[in-house]
Design a protein. Structure first.
Length: 247
């Protein structure tokens, strides 16, 4: 049986050795790299199930490595950083990282985050719903693939997960904290800047393909919803015009 593969990119030897010891007790296979370019090669060669990526690297920094990985792959990325400032963390998430862990990290916390991300990505015993169609927008949940007017929509994992959650709850207005919890997990409640930036990016990408941002509707003071049908965008008091690109 294939063991899930984790690529770990970190220039600090003690952390690479520590993670090696931790993962020997688990179901995961670990591939380590000490620099950004070596990490990119490992991701291309191994096609891992998850990437653990340190921000401070000797050649390419972790943000640039994340950007390059995300240009070609939707593999989950967990950023590791010794800095806990919100702006620093949000930058990585906006580039497409799925989560972050601050150094020094505990083994239990790191493994819990890795397990949670991979559970959400490959839930056991859950039937995949049929594709969602809203006019010319199609979300194929089984393939994690989105098209609009027949054109592929290139989304980061965060973009896709937000659209997926909205599509699975089409027609229902979802509060900001509810979306943050479903898309990024517990502990992200209140991270509205992350939600706003992801919504703007998602709307822009849909607009580039469809020339319409009518799908996602903002209900001021309440939350967001995805119309069940492109021509049934919720309107009424507090609803933005369907063509608005605003958050």
């Amino acid at each position: 049986m294939r063991r899930p593969c984790i690529v770990y990119v970190d220039d600090e030897r003690r952390y690479r050795e520590l993670l090696g010891i931790i993962l020997r007790r688990t179901k995961y296979r670990l591939v380590v790299a000490s620099g950004g370019l070596e990490g990119l090669d490992a991701v291309e060669r191994e096609a891992p199930d998850l990437v653990l990526l340190d921000v401070k690297l000797p050649d390419l920094d972790g943000f640039e490595v994340c950007r390059r990985i995300r240009a070609d792959s939707d593999v989950p990325i967990v950023m590791l950083t010794a800095r806990a400032e919100a702006t620093y963390i949000v930058r990585g998430l906006q580039l497409g990282a799925d989560d972050y862990v601050t150094k020094p990290f505990g083994a239990d916390e790191l493994l819990a985050r890795v397990d949670a991300i991979l559970r959400r990505r490959h839930p056991l015993g859950v039937l995949t719903p049929p594709p969602f169609q809203c006019g010319d927008l199609i979300v194929d949940f089984a393939r994690r693939h989105v098209t609009a007017r027949g054109r592929d929509v290139q989304l980061t994992p965060g973009d896709y997960r937000l659209l997926e959650v909205l599509a699975l709850n089409a027609g229902r207005v979802m509060a900001q904290d509810e979306l943050l919890r479903h898309v990024w997990g517990h502990g992200y409640e209140g991270a509205v800047d992350l939600l706003y930036s992801t919504l703007r990016r998602l709307r822009r990408k849909l607009y580039e393909c469809e020339r319409s941002s009518r799908y996602i509707c903002t209900r001021r003071g309440i939350g967001y919803s995805l119309a069940k049908c492109a021509y049934e965008t919720p309107r009424g008091r507090g609803a933005e015009p369907a063509g608005s690109l605003a958050s």
